[in-house]
Every structure is written in structure tokens, then in C-alpha cells.
Design a protein around this ligand. Structure first.
Ligand SMILES: CC(O)(O)CCCCCNCCCN
Ligand SMILES: [Zn+2]
Length: 667
């Protein structure tokens, strides 16, 4: 499977700027590109990428989205005087022209197409295009919001036309609504457009009614346009992750795209004067990671906005480093979604219930139609506070994202002699560490002669040690006795260090509750056996009617339950245990293994029964960072499973805030 990350950049795109006074446009400066590229170079990330040259988009490329008259009009701008340029600009909103902007706009669109070519032809796995002018606001016949040509919309049409891509997902995490993208694809069921954006009940630019959650697409495209309006500023990492886990990912997996395009705007990060949000730059490592198992990993990120030069370059680095396959940093102290975000979440899920089976049984909008439209009153008086907030914003400070050091060894394996070590992995040699051997001997060995158990268990203990020291990223062990191995790892990890271990068990073997409910271990078990006894906060049995053999139900449980739990729990180690009889297909297993690596800095330890030899290769592939195979278009999950998950989420959300999908009952 092809690895490699493309980086498309050319300094020519820095060679235009605002030539007159216009407060609305002064934030869109050439330095946005130079600081981003220089940061990638300084962090040693640019060198790790495959440099892909830009090209000019041709007329034919541009006409995939824009009208001839618009293109002909823009073609005249290089020859205009300053006065003509000002005149020409007046017909559009919040955008400026420059003698060289037409050239740069062709390069920006061409860069996106070069990126699509590199990814779709398999030259690289994924990539990022650092471009300006941005694109997602430009309309078929109009420039808008610093945008001239709609880079990502052109890329999507290009991918469909040139490569016969059936389904394209566009994720727009820029803090503004990409109305240009929405209008291009709103009746197209082959392009799923997702956007969140600062909205404040239509009071924030571009103040469009069509940016609200109830604009779901038109005619055949109904359901394929997802708008998540932020009606308050100050949204944080927990708000963003909730929307990914409870809206975007379930629908994206059901849609099963052949290609993922990202309108990668970073004005949704903390410090940005436009967004006024509070999400930290490292959240983009997680947002990127969560998309990387879709479309077989074919992810193309194209820069849109981002106006705080510090959070911009930090966010760009977080994104590119994740595309390169480096483990994401731990998501520090996540809060649950705020009330306003929950209202938006609830409204979006209700608006899309009828289109997506993953949402079919999402909480019904009460007859009072909790729309986010009626909360204007209280918003007015809060208006003033927001302005004071703006002043504070200037001094907004946030910690520099932690260095994401990649361990020297990516994947270590503990395998019986007869099993070959998968390519790219490193066989982990048994430990000679005496105190480990003695501890294992006295705690876990039954008979004295159990030498190969001693070898296995001491190797596992040593492996956990090396993961704790970040010398090894992740591991895989094929063991005779999974339950003893599991206890050995949990006991070592939990006592030896101030660890939290997330244990995910897949299969029907009954797993005893972890010793205590002290929170040192969170056990989530997927099976088809209904457990009668009431479990504590840290033991969550997920019962699916057909167990893990039903990919749709399993995927929904992973995305809407396991991931939010995992992010909120924020473990230092993920122990993924597969017991026989899980009925889980390889692709679903690899999706699970891939997604879980967003936690614990990628420290995932997979334990499998010796009999599961056939699963070693696929598991190793995911642990090495290769994207999991696509699950294909997911059929509807069993209604009883969706309802069971809703009930489980409802029961647990008091303890686990990231499981919430509706606002607490307003008094
Ligand atoms: C690519 C992008 O979405 O970031 C462009 C945003 C355009 C914002 C226009 N209004 C600016 C008002 C200045 N206070
Ligand atoms: Zn923006």
C-alpha cells in the first residue's frame, strides 16, 4: 500500500496583496503562506513530504465550476489599472483583486488538482496544498470572501470527471461557511459537503439563511449537505470532537467516499480574529486522523482561511505531521460540548435523521421544535459581552503544541516461533529483566514448567515498559492465554505507572470487570451477549444483536460510543483484545485498530489468541499506519442496535460528557 504525503506549494502564490484600504480584507496577507511553509520546513516536516509542483488550472478546469462570463471577466484583471481593479472589485463582497491574483488563483486551483492527481494515481497516500487565494466562498459567477476560484469544488468535479470517482466527501473545518461549495453541489448526491461555521443566528458573515442546519441539500442532493452552525464563539476541542463523532463520521462511513477533500481553514483555531474560537492547534491532528481511514486513506487537504499567523502555522504543522502518519498528541483535558453546541448537534442530527440510517433513531426533535432559531432574545444582551471578549482575544495565549516525537520502533510483535514477523514490524525479544521475570513468575504462573508463558508474559511486560518510554509506538502479541496476558498487561500498566488503560475487548468471551472501579482501567466490551449485572462507570458492555458481525452496528458503536469515551478518558495505553468468535471482518477490525491509534499517542497493544494467526498481517498493517480498507456503503444498522446504543449513551452521558448529543432539558 502506497505511503507518502504530498506537499504542494509555490511562493508565486505569495505575490499578490491588498493595494488599497479595506478593513474587511486586510487580514488576508501573503505572510499566511510564508509562515506556514517556513514552519513546515523548520519542523523538518517539509523534507518528509513528497514535493509536488503546482500548475495553472486550465480554462477547462475552471469551467468545471465557474461560468464563462466570470472567467472572461477575471482574465481581464491583470491588465487593469488600480482604479479599474477597485471598480471591478466593488461588484463582489469582502474580496480584493490585484494584477497578479488571476495568476495566483489559477495556481491555487491547479495546486489542488495536482494534489488530487498525486493521491488518486497512488503516487502518494495523502497530502496538503498550501494555497492562496482560498476558494470555498467563490460562486459560479462571483468572487467572494477573499476567494476567486473555488479550488476544492473544482478538485471535486475534476476527480469525478477525470478519475470517475463515484463519491467525494468534502470536509470544511474552516470557521466560515463555504457557501460556494454548498451551492455547487447542493443537488449532487455524489458529493457530500460537511461544514461547521460561526453563525450566531445568522448574524455572522456571510449572514446567509442557507448556512443553517436545516439546509440539507436539494432534490437528489437532499441529505448530502451538512451545516453545523456555531451560534456562540469560544467553541473548544470537545465541541469539535463531538460533532465529528456524532455527526460527520457516522454519516461519512455510511456514505463511504472514494476520496476525501478537506477545506482546511484554520481560522477555527484559538487566537483567530475571525473565528474567535478556543480550539487548540493540536485538535487538527485528531480531526485529520479521524478522516484517514476513509477512502482507503486518500485525503487531500487544501488550505482555506487562517489569519492568526501563530495558530495558523501550528495548525498546519499538526495537520501535515498527522498526514505523515505520526501519532497524534494526547487530547489534553477535553470538556464536554457546551449547551449551544449541543443544541446545534441536536438540530443537525434531527434535520438529517430521514436521510441517514445511522441517525434514524436519533432523539426526535420535540414538538416544540427545539430549533436554534428561537434563542435570539438572550443572545442580544450577550452581544455586548462578546465585544468585551474581542478585546481580551487580542491577548489570547495558548501553550505551544507539544513536540510529537516518533518512537524509533513503530510496531513490535510478540509471536510464537512458528509465526513469521510481518514486514515493517520488529520481533520483540523476550525480556531478561530479572525483576520482570520474578514478578511474572510469582503473579501469573500456575505450574513451574510454564516456561513459554513466562517468556510471553515477560515480553509483554517489557513491551509495555518500552511503550511507556515512547521507545516503541505500538505492539501486537499472539498469545495462548489471552485472559492471563490481559491481566498481566493491565496490572503492570496500572500499577507501574500513573497510567490509564483503555481496554477494548472484541468477541464474545465474557470479560470479568477490571478489579476495581478506580478509573485506572476503562473496559469497553463489544459482544452479542446481554450482560445482566449493572456495570460501573468504567465497565461498559456494548451488546449488539449480531455481535460484531454486523459491520454497520459495530461501526456506529465505535464512532458514536467508543471514540467519544476514549477521547474523554484520554488513556496512556490502549489494550485491544480480540477473542475468537468475534465474527468481526478484517476490514472492520482494521478500521477499529486504525481509529484507536488517535488515542494514547498511538500506544496501542493488540492481544490476540494464538488461533487468530490469519489476523496478524491485517492487524500489523493497521498498526504500521496503513489506512484500513474501506467498509463500502454501509447498510442500515439494526434498529434495535441503534436504539440500544442511544439508550446506552443516554445512561452514560451523565458520567461521560462527550456522549451527549442533545442539550440538557431546558428548565
Ligand atoms: C477562506 C475564508 O473563509 O477564511 C475567508 C473568510 C472571509 C471573511 C470575510 N469577512 C471579513 C471581515 C473582517 N472582519
Ligand atoms: Zn474562513
Amino acid at each position: 500500500m502506497k505511503m507518502g504525503t504530498a506537499l504542494v506549494y509555490d511562493e508565486e502564490m505569495t505575490k499578490y496583496k491588498l493595494l488599497w484600504v479595506d478593513p474587511a480584507c486586510k487580514i488576508e496577507v501573503p505572510e499566511r503562506l510564508t509562515v506556514s511553509h517556513e514552519a513546515l520546513v523548520k519542523a523538518g516536516l517539509a523534507d518528509r513530504c513528497v514535493a509536488v509542483p503546482v500548475r495553472e488550472a486550465t480554462d477547462a478546469d475552471i469551467l468545471l465550476v465557474h461560468s464563462e462570463e466570470y472567467l472572461e471577466a477575471v482574465k481581464k484583471t491583470p491588465y487593469m489599472t488600480l482604479e479599474d481593479l477597485k471598480e471591478f472589485t466593488l461588484q463582489y463582497g469582502d474580496v480584493y483583486f490585484h494584477p497578479n491574483i488571476y495568476h495566483c488563483a489559477k495556481l491555487a486551483a491547479g495546486a489542488a488538482l495536482q494534489l488530487v492527481d498525486s493521491v488518486v494515481t497512488g503516487k502518494v497516500r495523502n497530502g496538503m496544498a498550501l494555497v492562496r487565494p482560498p476558494g470555498h466562498h467563490s460562486m459560479r459567477s462571483a468572487a467572494n470572501g477573499f476567494c476567486v476560484f473555488n479550488n476544492v469544488a473544482i478538485a471535486a468535479q475534476y476527480a469525478k470527471q477525470k478519475y470517475g470517482m463515484k463519491r467525494v466527501l468534502i470536509v470544511d473545518w474552516d470557521v466560515h461557511h463555504g457557501q460556494g461549495v454548498q451551492s455547487c453541489f447542493e443537488d449532487d448526491p455524489n458529493v457530500l459537503y460537511f461544514s461547521w461555521h460561526r453563525y450566531e443566528h445568522q448574524r455572522f458573515w456571510p449572514q446567509l439563511r442557507d448556512s443553517d442546519y436545516d439546509c440539507v441539500g436539494k432534490e437528489k442532493g437532499a441529505g448530502f449537505n451538512i451545516n453545523v452552525p456555531w451560534n456562540k464563539v469560544g467553541m473548544k476541542n470537545g465541541d469539535y470532537l463531538s460533532v465529528f463523532c456524532h455527526v460527520l463520521l457516522p454519516i461519512a462511513y455510511e456514505f463511504s467516499p472514494d476520496l476525501v477533500l478537506v477545506c482546511a481553514g484554520f481560522d477555527s483555531a484559538i487566537g483567530d480574529p475571525e473565528g474567535e474560537m478556543c480550539a487548540s492547534p493540536d485538535i487538527f491532528a485528531h480531526l485529520t486522523h479521524l478522516l484517514m481511514n476513509l477512502a482507503g486513506g486518500k485525503v487531500c487537504a487544501v488550505l482555506e482561511g487562517g489569519y492568526n499567523l501563530t495558530s495558523l502555522h501550528q495548525s498546519v504543522c499538526q495537520t501535515v505531521q498527522t498526514l505523515l502518519g505520526d501519532p497524534a498528541p494526547r487530547p489534553a483535558d477535553l470538556d464536554g460540548p457546551c449547551t449551544s453546541a449541543l443544541e446545534s448537534l441536536h438540530c443537525v442530527r434531527s434535520a438529517h435523521r430521514q436521510y441517514w440510517s445511522c441517525l434514524k433513531h436519533a432523539a426526535e426533535l420535540p414538538s416544540s421544535e427545539i430549533s436554534t432559531k428561537c434563542i435570539k432574545l438572550e443572545e442580544e444582551e450577550e452581544e455586548k459581552q462578546q465585544h468585551q471578549k474581542k478585546e481580551e482575544e487580542e491577548k489570547e495565549a495558548w501553550p505551544e503544541p507539544l513536540k510529537r516525537l516518533t518512537p524509533p520502533v513503530r510496531t513490535a510483535v510478540v509471536l510464537p516461533d512458528g509465526v513469521v514477523c510481518p514486514d515493517g514490524c520488529e520481533r520483540f525479544s523476550p525480556s531478561e529483566d530479572l525483576n520482570i521475570l520474578n514478578k511474572v513468575r510469582e503473579n501469573f504462573l500456575k505450574g513451574p514448567d510454564d516456561s513459554d508463558a513466562l517468556t510471553t508474559l515477560s515480553s509483554l511486560t517489557a513491551l509495555v515498559e518500552k511503550m511507556e518510554k515512547n521507545e516503541i509506538c505500538n505492539g501486537l502479541a499472539l498469545v495462548r492465554d489471552v485472559s492471563t496476558a490481559r491481566m498481566c498487561v493491565v496490572q503492570h500498566a496500572a500499577t507501574a505507572h500513573r497510567n490509564r488503560v483503555l481496554m477494548v475487548c472484541v468477541g464474545d468471551a465474557v470479560v470479568p470487570s477490571p478489579g476495581t472501579d478506580d478509573g485506572k482501567t476503562l473496559l469497553v466490551q463489544f459482544s452479542n451477549t446481554e450482560s445482566e449485572e449493572q456495570k460501573g462507570k468504567f465497565h461498559i458492555p456494548v451488546c449488539l444483536k449480531k455481535g460484531c458481525s454486523d459491520v454497520s452496528g459495530f461501526t456506529l458503536a465505535v464512532l458514536g460510543l467508543l471514540l467519544p469515551l476514549g477521547y474523554e478518558y484520554d488513556p496512556s495505553l490502549v489494550l485491544l483484545v480480540r477473542t475468537p468468535g468475534s465474527g468481526l471482518c478484517d476490514a472492520a477490525w482494521q478500521q477499529l485498530t486504525g481509529l484507536l491509534q488517535g488515542l494514547a499517542q498511538g500506544h496501542t497493544l493488540v492481544l490476540m489468541q494464538e488461533g487468530e494467526k490469519a489476523c496478524v498481517g491485517p492487524t500489523a498493517s493497521s498498526l504500521l499506519g496503513v489506512a484500513a480498507p474501506s467498509l463500502g456503503k454501509l447498510p442500515a444498522p439494526l434498529p434495535e442496535d441503534v436504539q440500544a446504543l442511544e439508550r446506552l449513551r443516554h445512561r452514560l452521558q451523565a458520567d461521560w460528557k462527550l456522549l451527549q448529543t442533545t442539550a440538557p432539558e431546558t428548565a
